[in-house]
Design a protein around this ligand. Structure first.
Ligand code: EPU
Length: 417
C-alpha cells in the first residue's frame, strides 16, 4: 500500500503540462476493437485505468503495445469472449466493451462494471439503446449477455443525459444497418473525441457535441492514428490547486473553452484567470469570495470538479453551497475535510460550506478518484504534513501527480508501507 504526504503552505508557481483526457482514453481504447486494422492512439494519459484497459484488450486477443503516451491496438485476430469477472470489475468504463463488442461481434458478455462508488450508477439508458438497435439482453449472475447479430439503426431518445450511454450507442451503431439518431445526447468534449476517432476509422457520425447525433452505419472500419484531447478535469484540478495556494501557475496543453464553467466560477471568487490559445494562467487572490455551484451536464459545471472545489471553498469568505445534480452521494471527501478543520454540512445533494480558518494537516483517505484530488488540494493548503491513503484511486486518473505538482513548488512525496 502506498501513501501520499504533502507539506502544506507552499505557493504553487510555474508551468504544468496537462495530459490526455482519461474519460476519452477509456472510450477510445475499446472503440479501437471495432477496426480490423491497427489503431494508434497518441497523447494517452499515463494512468492505471489506461493500463488496465490495454490489458483487458490483450486478454480478448488484441495485440496491444503501450509505450510512453502511445498505444497501438490491432484487434484483427480478436475473438468474442465472455468477460464476466476480473479486470472489467475494477473499471467503470469497461461498459464500453458492451457497445464495442456488440458492434464488432454481434454479442457481448460483460460483468457489471466497477469504478468509483458515487451512489447508484444505473446503465439502463445504455441497455435501452442496445435494445432499440435490436439487441436482446439478459442479466445473468452479475453479467449482461447482449446479443444482436444484425443491429438496425433507429431513433433513440435518452431519458437521462448520459456520457456513457451516448458513447456506447455510438459504438454499437457505427456498423449497424441504416441510420441511428440519438436525441438528448450528452455534449461533453469526450463525445466529440470518440466521434472524431470513429470517423477517422471510416464511420459516418454527425452532430457530436450537440444533443442530436446521427450515425449512418458503415460495413467496416479501418486503420487510423488519433491524438486524444487534453484532460479538462486534470487541468481544472491544477487551476483549483493554483487558486488554493494563492499561486501563479500557467497550465499548458488545455482547450480553454472546455474549462469555461470553472473559469467563470474562479473569477467569481476573485481569482484571476487569463486564457491563451492552449493555456490558462491562474493567479490566486488573497481573499476568496464564497460562491454557490450546481453541477450539470456539459457545458455546465462538471461534477468531476465539484470535490476539488469544495476544498477551495473552505478558505473563502462567507457561506458557499455546492449542489451535485449528477450524483447522489459524491461527498465522501467531506468527512475528511471536516477532520482537517473545515466547516461543512452535507444536506441531501448539497454541501454547505462555511469559510473557515486554515486547514490543519491530518491522516485522511481518498475514497474515490476526485475525493483524492480534493484531499490533495486540502493538503496543499493545510498547516503541517497531510497523510493520504487510498492513493490507488488517485492513480486511476492523474498522470504523475506528485511529479507535476512538485514541478510547480509543492512539497510532497509517496511512501510504500
Ligand atoms: N444515468 C442513468 N442511467 C444510465 C446512465 C446514467 O440514470 O443509463 C445517470 C447516472 O446515474 C448519473 C447521470 O445519469 O446520475 C450521468 O451519468 P453518465 O452516464 O453521464 O456518467 P458516466 O458515463 O457513468 C462519465 C465519467 C464520469 C463523470 C460522468 C458525468 C467516464 C468513464 N466517466 O461517467 O467521470 O462523472 O460521466 O460527467 O467517462 C471521473 O472522471 O471521476 C468520473 C466519475
Amino acid at each position: 500500500m502506498e501513501k501520499l504526504y504533502i507539506k502544506g503552505g507552499q505557493r504553487l508557481q510555474g508551468n504544468v503540462q496537462v495530459s490526455g483526457a482519461k474519460n476519452s482514453a477509456v472510450a477510445l481504447i475499446p472503440a479501437a476493437i471495432l477496426s480490423e486494422s491497427e489503431v494508434i492512439l497518441d497523447n494517452l494519459p499515463e494512468i492505471s485505468d489506461v493500463r488496465i484497459y490495454g490489458e483487458i484488450l490483450e486478454e480478448l486477443g488484441a495485440v496491444v503495445s503501450f509505450t510512453g503516451e502511445t498505444m497501438r491496438i490491432n484487434a484483427s485476430s480478436m475473438q468474442s469472449k465472455p468477460m464476466p469477472n476480473g479486470r472489467v470489475k475494477h473499471l467503470r468504463a469497461s461498459y464500453y466493451l458492451m457497445g464495442a463488442m456488440l458492434g464488432r461481434f454481434g454479442e457481448a458478455i460483460i460483468g457489471m462494471p466497477g469504478g468509483c462508488n458515487l451512489g447508484p450508477r444505473p446503465i439502463d439508458q445504455h441497455i435501452k439503446g442496445f435494445e432499440a438497435l435490436g439487441a436482446v439482453i439478459v442479466h445473468e449472475r452479475g453479467s449482461l449477455h447482449i446479443r444482436g447479430n444484425q443491429l438496425v439503426g433507429t431513433k433513440i431518445y435518452l431519458d437521462v443525459v448520459s456520457v456513457g450511454a451516448t458513447i456506447n450507442i455510438m459504438l454499437a451503431a457505427s456498423m449497424a444497418k441504416g441510420t441511428t439518431v440519438i436525441e438528448n445526447a450528452a455534449k461533453e468534449p469526450e463525445i466529440i473525441d470518440v466521434a472524431t476517432l470513429l470517423n477517422a476509422m471510416g464511420a459516418d457520425i454527425k452532430g457530436a457535441g450537440t444533443d442530436v447525433i446521427r450515425i449512418k452505419g458503415v460495413s467496416r472500419l479501418g486503420q487510423c492514428r488519433h491524438s486524444i484531447i487534453p484532460d479538462r478535469i486534470e487541468a481544472g484540478t491544477y487551476m483549483i490547486a493554483a487558486a488554493a495556494t494563492r499561486g501563479d501557475v500557467v497550465i499548458n496543453n488545455v482547450i480553454p473553452r472546455h474549462l469555461e464553467s470553472l473559469t467563470a466560477k474562479l473569477r467569481e471568487m476573485n481569482v484571476v484567470v487569463e486564457e491563451a490559445d492552449d493555456a490558462v494562467h491562474v493567479v490566486g487572490a488573497d481573499e476568496l469570495r464564497g460562491i454557490d455551484i450546481k453541477t450539470l451536464p456539459y457545458p455546465g459545471f462538471p461534477t468531476d470538479l465539484q470535490q476539488p472545489m469544495t476544498s477551495l471553498l473552505t478558505q473563502s469568505k462567507g457561506t458557499s453551497i455546492v449542489t451535485d445534480n449528477i450524483y447522489q452521494s459524491r461527498f465522501k471527501h467531506v468527512d475528511h475535510l471536516v477532520n482537517m478543520g473545515a466547516k461543512i454540512k452535507v444536506e441531501g445533494r448539497s454541501a454547505v460550506i462555511e469559510g473557515s480558518e486554515a486547514l490543519k494537516a491530518s491522516k485522511v483517505t481518498a475514497t474515490d478518484l476526485r475525493a483524492g484530488a480534493a484531499l490533495v488540494i486540502a493538503g496543499l493548503m493545510a498547516e503541517g504534513v497531510t497523510e493520504i491513503s487510498g492513493v490507488s484511486h488517485i492513480d486511476r486518473g492523474y498522470t504523475r501527480l506528485e511529479e507535476k505538482l512538485r514541478g510547480i513548488g509543492a512539497v510532497m512525496w509517496r511512501e510504500s508501507i
